[in-house]
Design a protein around this ligand. Structure first.
Ligand code: AMP
Length: 285
């Protein structure tokens, strides 16, 4: 099956998208950092269903990595990614170099408050400014009608929804469910860092969230459910960054009668994994 066309400059991207738009096409975008897996492909499938033309961006965004993080070793495989996208109904891949995204002298950053405060930001204070800046740029470069993001990165999705509203960006943001391995581990490009022992322990994260969400649904107070999840996750050998129950939209305190979310970040063998789950029938104060 034929691989999608690839462009590397904003000018080429704009030319292609403008021609589709002249034909009245609805443009869908799936921003990624590559090393594609079935989670990414589920976003492509959703985009195929919701748009006439699909653009996938592949860019490992340096501004969302701290100097101590894994920018240099983050898995990159454009050729393999294009093979995975062959036959997936992608019209164009935008794979810019860093210099194309951040021209010499670049001095503008998009910072988001609200849902960007706490959780991931406690461990990675640089992270959401990098994400918000690159997503704003990608939206401005491609001008999609709709863009697809995974609930896997739940706080990121909330941040992108917030910034899109706050900056009046004419893009509708669609969140899609987390795609998991058969044992429950959320698919992630970083899972390749796990050794056999850590990989066998990793499903404990989702198992603990599932138990805690069910317990909350049965009326267990939120704090007790969170404490039980944390104990389960620590017992599996993880060092916990956070386990929190939050309001699913604002990511503030969970409110009775509103959708809630349990969110976790934990490290095993120096690999940091994140996951989250909806909490049903939240009634406690
Ligand atoms: P990344 O390449 O990790 O930056 O992710 C690109 C997009 O894919 C983001 O919107 C992620 O939330 C989404 N994504 C990553 N992993 C999954 C997954 N397991 N299921 C669904 N979406 C995912």
């Amino acid at each position: 099956m034929s691989r999608p066309d690839v462009v590397t400059t904003v000018a080429e991207l704009r030319t292609r998208v403008a021609a589709w738009r002249r034909d009245g096409a609805r443009i869908g975008m799936v921003p990624t950092m590559g090393a594609l897996h079935d989670g990414h492909l589920s976003l492509v499938e959703a985009a195929r269903g919701g748009a006439d033309r699909v653009v996938v961006s592949i860019f490992v965004n340096p501004t969302q990595f701290a100097p101590t993080e894994d920018l240099a070793t983050y898995p990159r495989d454009l050729d393999g990614d294009l093979a995975k996208l062959a036959g997936a109904g992608v019209d164009l891949v935008f794979a810019p170099e860093t210099g194309e995204m951040y021209p010499e002298g670049a001095a503008t950053t998009v910072t988001v408050g609200g849902p960007a405060v706490g959780l991931e930001s406690d461990a990675r204070p640089h992270f959401f400014a990098g994400v918000a800046t690159v997503v704003t740029k990608l939206f401005a470069q491609c001008l999609p009608d709709v863009a697809y993001f995974g609930e896997k990165d739940f706080q990121q999705l909330a941040v992108i929804r917030r910034l899109t509203r706050d900056l009046s960006l004419p893009v509708s943001v669609e969140g899609r469910p987390t795609v998991r391995e058969p044992d429950g581990l959320a698919m992630s490009s970083r899972n390749v860092y796990l050794n056999a022992d850590s990989r066998s322990r990793a499903p404990a994260l989702y198992a603990a969230l599932t138990r805690a969400a069910a317990a909350i649904g049965e009326g267990l107070p939120s704090e007790a459910a969170v404490a039980a999840a944390a104990a389960d996750i620590a017992a599996a050998g993880f060092a916990i960054d956070y386990v929190e129950h939050r309001d699913a939209e604002t990511l503030g305190r969970p409110e009775p009668g509103r959708p809630g979310r349990l969110l976790v970040a934990a490290r095993i063998q120096e690999v940091r994994l994140i996951d989250n789950i909806a909490t049903p029938n939240y009634r406690q104060l």
